[in-house]
Design a protein around this ligand. Structure first.
Ligand code: EPZ
Length: 420
């Protein structure tokens, strides 16, 4: 397994491009299963999870063509199987997002039950309950979700007990082909869901309330092909802004969307960052100052995103003052604190809260990545640590950050990847 070796101490400064959003690209790739015409998707990030989703579509018989600009054209008219196999689903939980499209379009599917991961048990009960409300018969057979419908799914009124991004995405996609109107209450409103809905509308779907927590979908007999560009990745954007802020540096991020991470930008300003915004760019300038500690509490959009929590734990670990970081979405998403404390951070865990006393500097140490965003927080910690830090198991990072070492090198970081 590759490792990252980071020599801390550089003040990051420069300009980088932001890639397409992983968490928008994944449901949009799944949505190509809803029609029998080619769907071309551009601005896809070159990430392991995207490759896995493309492999999943291919193994079911969809034709996948990559063009010279690395856009992907998916044609699901030649599908030969509606089974999402364990060997692929176990490597990427988001494979569950093919459940709704396959059921709605083909009437029957088997998707391997996605397991939990380091950050939590990650149940999918709300996905299944929504599809059952639309008339699906769902059984669990030998570790697979077996879903089938007698004819078309029916429009339904679904109220989600908990705001669920994936559950909302599966339900919206299924509802686009259902017979009748589906109302989704307490739906997730993340920008990635807005992006998915916009792509579905481009495919001929009828969706009202896009961007709100109440979606009304009028089902159609069929959808058609389209061409769609994935939105910029707001979490990658927030991650690089936080990394530069931790080193008291300055950066311009291009090809991004400032409107998708206002809660994060507000917290960075509270930490002392001078931020300017354009239509598709953000500049951050710490003017050489040490960041101030900021309290953070994660919650569904538009509140502070859980996918930025670990990065702010790292920022607070070297900030001026004491802060509290509260994680309300996942039951085990403060695990990075243990590795950071090995680097000299002073983080006290109390249930779903981390109380952080900022220190002047961290110390390098061999550390291990456990999940995607915790890995990013270790990279940030290593960038501000004295000495050389070796981060192991960085395949987690490659799932969500395209060319992370190249982008950080462009900002002046002393970072290199070494094969194990
Ligand atoms: C999506 O995961 C993202 N993944 C996650 O990003 C992100 O952290 C999460 O949304 C929250 O924003 C993708 O989009 C591929 P949820 P998802 O369903 O859909 C509970 C990353 O780092 N729940 O919104 O799996 C669940 O346990 C990843 O890029 C149920 O109880 O998250 C959790 O507590 C990590 N039953 C809460 O809801 C269900 O059926 C939110 O989960 C579904 C979820």
């Amino acid at each position: 397994m590759d490792k990252l070796i980071i020599q801390g101490g550089a003040t990051l400064n420069g300009e980088i491009w932001i890639s397409g959003a992983k968490n928008s690209a994944l449901p949009i790739l799944a949505a190509t299963l809803l029609c029998d015409e080619p769907v071309t998707i551009s601005n896809l990030p070159h990430l392991h999870d995207i490759t896995t989703m493309i492999e999943l579509l291919g193994c079911m018989g969809a034709q996948v063509v990559i063009d010279e600009k690395l856009s992907i054209e998916v044609n699901a008219s030649s599908l030969t199987s509606c089974v999402a196999p364990y060997k692929l689903v176990k490597t990427m939980r988001a494979s569950i997002l093919v459940l709704g499209p396959l059921l709605a379009h083909y009437g029957e599917t088997r998707v391997s039950f996605p397991g939990g991961c380091a950050i939590g048990s990650r149940p999918v009960d709300l996905h299944l309950r929504a599809l059952e409300a639309m008339g699906a018969e769902i059984t669990i057979e030998e570790g697979y979700i077996h879903a089938k419908s007698n004819g078309r799914l029916k429009g339904a009124h679904v109220v989600f007990d908990v705001v669920t991004v994936g559950g909302t995405e599966n339900a919206v996609m299924a509802a686009t082909l259902a017979d009748g109107v589906t109302i989704l209450e307490n739906a997730a409103r993340e920008p990635e869901i807005v992006d998915l809905c916009r792509c579905l509308v481009a495919m001929g779907a009828e969706i009202e309330g896009i961007g709100t927590n109440r979606l009304v979908i009028t089902g159609k007999e069929k959808l058609h092909g389209t061409e769609y560009a994935v939105m910029p990745d707001r979490i990658e954007t927030g991650t690089y802004l936080t990394a530069v802020a931790a080193t008291s540096g300055k950066v311009k991020l291009k090809n991004t969307d400032p409107s998708s991470l206002e809660a994060v930008l507000s917290k960075l300003q509270e930490a002392g960052a001078d931020i300017s915004l354009g239509e598709d760019w953000i500049t951050l300038d710490m003017k050489g100052k040490r960041p101030k500690a900021v309290n953070v509490k994660t919650a569904p959009y538009p509140a502070f995103p859980t996918d930025m929590q670990a990065q702010f734990t790292a920022l607070n670990s070297i900030a001026e003052g004491t802060s509290t970081v509260i994680e309300t979405i996942f039951e085990n998403r403060l695990i990075q604190a243990h590795e950071m404390n090995r680097m000299g951070a002073q983080i006290q865990l109390e249930g779903n809260a981390a109380v952080i006393t900022g220190v002047e500097a961290l110390k390098s140490a061999p550390v291990m990545a456990t999940d995607l965003r915790a890995s990013a927080s270790l990279v940030i910690a290593a960038l501000v640590a004295e000495g050389e830090t070796v981060i192991d198991r960085i395949y987690h990072i490659d799932r969500g950050y395209e060319c992370i070492e190249e982008k950080l090198q462009l900002l002046g970081a002393n970072i290199r990847r070494v094969p194990d």
